[in-house]
Design a protein. Structure first.
Length: 261
């Protein structure tokens, strides 16, 4: 997959971007573009989106990410879809804004996006404005129906994943906070993460505590200020200090917390 993508200057006058509710949503949208595969597909899982687009933003929570994704879909920038038991986003206009894109030279582990009529209409069947003719084309409809049949077949043979248990949630939170990619980790490293997760669970810490401590690390620990992500053991060691700081900074009853966005 490419290291980045082109951001067309037309984004400045885009009505779709203009319709987004705030600049945080616009920033998320533009930064997601850099992570799209050659089909314009990326995760829509909230944890994955936040960890890739906003790894250093401790003020952005998962609820804000979900609100932003829904706003992007409403504006017509993305299409949210389910495949392989996960949630994904597709940018239908991606290829048109990537001059020189060589999709044949790129590979991707992401699923194929659901096709719309506009996506699969041959160039010689478009109208003068580049759009879809009123009837859509019988050939186009047949292609779309065939794709739907393939998608249904994949869904039938793909088992529905079970929700993650407490151990798996703790493992995922530690990986996100420590910027570890579980897909390429050694078995030894996985055991070390699981051991840290077990000790934290036994101490009554939750996956949300781990994520919050990971965000705290960047602004408060000297190693985080130097740009060094924590190891699971280091995160475990500073957890008590983080919780003590969190308790001192708790908002009194009746106070109103003012969010930056």
């Amino acid at each position: 997959m490419a290291r980045g993508r082109m951001l067309n200057k037309s984004v400045c006058s885009s009505l779709k971007f203009h319709e987004l509710p705030d600049d945080t949503c616009r920033l998320l949208a533009t930064w997601i573009i850099a992570h799209l595969d050659h089909n314009g597909v990326f995760y829509a899982d909230l944890v994955m989106v936040r960890s890739h687009a906003f790894p250093r933003r401790s003020d952005i929570d998962l609820a804000q990410i979900e609100t932003a994704l829904q706003a992007m879909q409403k504006a017509g920038l993305i299409v949210l879809f389910e495949a392989r038991g996960e949630r994904w986003q597709h940018w239908p206009g991606f290829a048109a804004n990537q001059v020189g894109l060589r999709a044949d030279r790129e590979s991707s582990d992401y699923p194929q996006p659901p096709l719309s009529v506009a996506d699969i209409l041959p160039d010689d069947c478009r109208n003068d404005a580049g759009g879809v003719p009123p009837d859509g084309g019988e050939q186009v409809r047949r292609r779309e129906e065939k794709r739907r049949e393939v998608n249904r077949s994949e869904e039938e043979i793909t088992p529905t994943p079970k929700p993650p248990n407490d151990s798996q949630q703790m493992f995922g939170s530690l990986c996100e906070s420590c910027q570890l990619d579980w897909k390429v980790m050694s078995e030894t490293a996985k055991r070390q993460v699981n051991q840290s997760g077990k000790k934290l669970r036994e101490a009554s810490y939750t996956p949300d505590d781990i994520l919050a401590c990971g965000r705290w690390w960047w602004d408060n620990d000297w190693r985080g200020k130097k740009g060094e992500p924590p190891t699971p053991a280091q995160l475990r060691d500073v957890m008590g200090k983080f919780k003590a700081t969190q308790q001192r900074n708790e908002i009194p009853d009746g106070a109103v917390e003012v969010m930056p966005f």
